[in-house]
Design a protein around this ligand. Structure first.
Ligand code: PMP
Length: 282
């Protein structure tokens, strides 16, 4: 496997990161996961825009040259023969003697490599089960930060409980998102999802779904919903770069709708592939 590490393409075995890299010690860095379909990056510019936002908000002093990084990412995919898969990219603040303040002189560490991703067809056909989990994370969930301990704990809780996904709630009136996805409900034909603020990651797939809903004339609103509204919804579905659109058919033993993936999620999933050639979201 070829890895992109600080502007060089090297073999995985040779890609060493310093023990005092701040990504390692503090989770002091940001990341992106890109999806490649038919050899082409999907919504690459939108991912790079979010990466730029994460870097700005964390004050990581990395002068992102989008066109250079784009070229490198394309080369990385080609070198690894990625036709249908994913690319993981992370940028940490760099390496320095362990101390909390931002180091004065350090160069960010940029790392990218391919990860296996395939369409989760079985889950899309049958739907998944989920459990609720208190949102124990910090208050800047809009930054795609390497600090994923809350997300990791939530996901493990779900798996230990025998279901696929954890859905976060701050309190009973405030459902936020999933451990690694955005969450949507459908009520009386209207799609609803959490507003894009500091409580959630503004998923690129979430933005794509908003675009698709417009194309399909399905009303969509950004408004907080409660645990009860989630459980009583006609449909619940999740979205992410790797999941695309997956229906949630059961939450903590409560059947959602008729216990089958719903028609709105199916319509969005069909449209997802019909509009996949879109270069950038409007
Ligand atoms: N929220 C969280 C917490 C996530 O980890 C992810 C996936 N990285 C998402 C939402 C969905 O984002 P995207 O559609 O950009 O993959």
């Amino acid at each position: 496997m070829f890895v992109l590490l600080n502007n060089k393409f090297i073999d995985r075995q040779d890609s060493l990161i310093d023990i005092e890299d701040r990504g390692n010690q503090f989770g002091d860095g940001v990341y992106e996961v890109f999806r490649i379909y038919d050899g082409e990056y999907f919504l690459l510019d939108d991912h790079l825009k979010r990466l730029e936002f994460s870097l700005k908000e964390t004050q990581i002093d990395y002068n992102l040259n989008q066109s250079k990084l784009k070229d490198q990412l394309l080369t990385l995919a080609q070198k690894n023969d990625v036709v249908d898969g994913g690319i993981y990219l992370q940028i940490s603040r760099g390496s320095a003697a362990r101390n909390h303040p931002f180091p004065e002189q350090t160069t960010p560490t940029v790392l990218a490599y391919p990860i296996p991703v395939t369409q989760p067809k079985e889950q899309q056909q049958n739907g998944i089960q989920a459990t609720l989990y208190q949102d124990i994370r910090w208050l800047r969930c809009d930054i795609k930060s390497l600090n994923l301990l809350g997300n990791v704990m939530a996901k493990q809780h779900a798996l230990d409980y025998g279901v696929n996904e954890a859905i976060f709630y701050r309190d009973k009136d405030h459902v936020t998102e999933g451990s690694s996805c955005n969450v949507f409900i459908v009520r009386d034909g209207v799609i609803q999802t959490h507003p894009a603020n500091n409580y959630i990651l503004n998923g690129i797939t979430r933005l794509y779904i908003q675009y698709l809903a417009k194309q399909l004339d399905i009303p969509i609103k950004e408004e907080v919903f409660s645990v009860d509204e989630l459980k009583q919804a006609d449909e619940v579905f999740i979205s992410s770069t790797t999941s695309e659109v997956i229906s949630v058919i059961d939450i903590d033993g409560q059947t959602i709708g008729d216990g089958q993936p719903g028609p709105v999620a199916q319509q969005l999933l069909d449209a997802f592939f019909d509009h996949k050639d879109i270069q950038q979201l409007p």
